[in-house]
Design a protein around this ligand. Structure first.
Ligand SMILES: [Fe+2]
Length: 166
């Protein structure tokens, strides 16, 4: 049976491309992807090993949320504090009761895998869950699976001699 290797990109609606690019660069360390003519119709950013594509529309509609795995939890929260980005353990619910002894109003822990999580909103209100799994990733045989730890300038390979495309 055919399967999926990874999520290539997520597309969300935004109302101001420059504001969105600035926020994602500062908050999530996103990298602008210069896709030539495609830049006219979409903002495309690399976030970790995946991509996010942003469609500009005057009345951006936010639906659900998506989650990103962060590489350093404490540094991420320090950066949010520095930038004045609010974060909360409750995904929109006010005063959700703590489920573990380590839960606070700002962040939560899952007891089974140690996952850390919290939620932020981008300037248009798109909700983003930040997660961190300190125990790492493993395959079906229990072997550790490494993640790319250097995503700077990560690109899908291009055929030699072919002009850059999406
Ligand atoms: Fe979630």
């Amino acid at each position: 049976m055919a399967g999926v290797k990874l999520i290539h990109h997520v597309n969300v609606q935004i109302s101001d491309r420059a504001r969105t690019r600035d926020w994602y660069e500062k908050v999530l360390g996103a990298e602008f992807l210069d896709r030539g003519p495609l830049n006219q119709r979409q903002l495309q950013l690399r976030i970790g090993t995946g991509e996010m594509h942003f469609t500009e529309t005057p009345e951006a509609v936010c639906t659900g949320h998506f989650a990103v795995e962060v590489d350093d939890w404490d540094q991420m929260l320090l950066n949010l504090d520095k930038l004045g980005v609010a974060y909360s353990r409750s995904a929109g619910a006010v005063d959700a009761p703590p489920r573990t002894s380590e839960d606070t109003q700002y962040q939560g822990r899952r007891e089974d895998n140690g996952e850390h999580y919290t939620y932020v909103h981008d300037p248009d209100g798109n909700m983003i869950e930040l997660v961190y799994h300190p125990l790492g990733l493993m395959d079906s045989a229990g072997n550790p699976v490494a993640l790319a730890d250097n995503t700077k300038r990560l690109r899908w390979k291009q055929k030699d001699g072919v002009a850059r495309s999406a």
